[in-house]
Design a protein around this ligand. Structure first.
Ligand SMILES: *Cc1c(COP(=O)(O)O)cnc(C)c1O
Length: 402
């Protein structure tokens, strides 16, 4: 066993590091989930989630991983034999497709090369040709965590409107919510799927569905069997702050704190911070002479950067060297990309110096691993961040001035 000193650098794109403030908030005795004290917590987190999802409709909180929340979205809105349109943005879109197929859904899968997001015009074209409206839902992953590509959900909504198609819009925001601009109501998304361990900065264990009136209406007449995941079972007790079964009480304490942190910083400032850290990362990667996997600048992920290894160099061997030497975990390449890319997470509890530490570990790792690169990427990232930090940090200035 390797002995490590200092804090582990968890630079994978989820689970992301949990802030001390959230850890402390969860360090509480378990309470009676039928008590009035619990109802206050329940109401606080259910209301707080609406602000993060930007919706006035209900947000459902399941004790589950993100995969469970995927399943809830499917079983509450669709029926066996229904047709849906999905887009192959990467590993997670492929897994969601497999799940839909297991539920007897007929999936139209628009092929992709795992280097760009869902193309709004391809979706528009496909929907426009479906004059009988046999497609019941469009299902898209907002931030494809396997590739570091963020699809443009607002543009996809517009494309669906132009096609005049009534399909539901189901969006996986598992790795984007709380890190990337997202608007459930404004974009008229019908089900937004998310979970706790990425932008929410919580441990794994909570899954979310934000649902529109249209989705709720679909749930009244669809034919998929369900019990644990049934929205209506959840919504009845939620109205007074309660849950139909034992909720993940201590994670909800953490959720209340995480929502407070996001709103104190301000969602726009949170999004700007993620974009700034992502831009600094790309500046370093480009300087090293390595290639960012995402090829569409309008779709660069603010959450993570996937980096292609030069041919002949194994990304997993490189990640092992970084872990053993610098106590830092980087994300691996998934399925098609195994060994070919490594992923640098820069989401959630991450600031300029955290990022520079992570980039320093990558640069030293490249040197030790014998990967050809141009030294000085970290210095380029520093220069980028120096230029941006002050102007974009009103929250820090406020603290200094107080
Ligand atoms: C992490 C992730 C998932 C899977 O979430 P789990 O909590 O592991 O079930 C699904 N989709 C995306 C985009 C993800 O990043």
């Amino acid at each position: 066993m390797t002995e490590y000193q200092g804090r582990h650098f968890l630079q994978i794109p989820g689970p992301s590091p949990v802030p001390d403030r959230v850890l402390r908030a969860m360090d509480m005795p378990v309470m009676d989930h039928r008590s009035q004290e619990f109802a206050e917590l329940g109401r606080a987190v259910l209301g707080g989630c609406q602000e993060i999802f930007k919706t006035t409709g209900p947000v459902i909180i399941f004790p589950s991983s993100g995969t469970g929340a995927w399943e809830a979205a499917i079983v509450n809105t669709l029926s066996p034999g229904d047709r849906v349109l999905m887009v192959e943005t990467g590993h997670f879109a492929t897994l969601w497709r497999q799940m839909a197929a297991r539920w007897g859904i007929d999936v139209d899968f628009l092929p992709g090369d795992w280097r760009r997001g869902a193309d709004p015009s391809a979706i528009e074209d496909r929907l426009a040709r479906d004059s009988s409206h046999s497609i019941k839902a469009v299902m898209v992953v907002h931030n494809e965590t396997s590739t570091g590509v963020t699809s443009r959900i607002g543009d996809i909504r517009k494309a669906m409107d132009r096609a005049g198609h009534p399909a539901l819009l189901l969006v996986d925001t598992i790795s984007s919510l709380g890190s990337v601009d997202y608007r459930h109501d404004e974009w008229r998304v019908d089900v937004t799927v998310s979970c706790s361990q990425k932008g929410f900065m919580l441990p794994p264990g909570l899954g979310f569905n934000a649902i529109s009136d249209k989705a709720r209406a679909a749930a009244k007449s669809n034919k998929m069997p369900r019990s644990y995941w049934d929205w209506e079972e959840m919504l009845k007790p939620n109205a007074s702050g309660f849950f139909p079964y034992t909720p993940a009480t201590n994670l909800l304490y953490g959720l209340r704190e995480a929502i407070a942190m996001l709103l104190e910083e301000g969602l726009d400032a949170v999004f700007a911070r993620h974009e700034r850290l992502a831009a600094a990362t790309r500046a370093a990667v480009t300087h090293w002479g390595l290639e960012v996997l995402c090829v569409e600048p309008a779709e660069y992920s603010p959450v993570l950067t996937a980096v292609l290894m030069p041919p002949g160099h194994d990304a997993d061997k490189f990640r092992k060297i970084v872990l053993e030497n610098y106590n830092m975990s980087l994300g691996s390449g998934l399925t098609k990309l195994a060994g070919k890319v490594f992923r640098i997470g820069h989401l959630g509890e991450c600031n300029e110096l955290t990022l520079l530490g992570a980039l320093t570990g990558v640069e030293m790792g490249l040197s030790i691993a014998g990967v050809p690169y141009r030294a000085g990427g970290v210095a380029v990232a520093m220069t980028y961040l120096e230029g941006r930090t002050k102007a974009n940090h009103p929250s820090h200035l406020k603290i200094i001035g107080a």
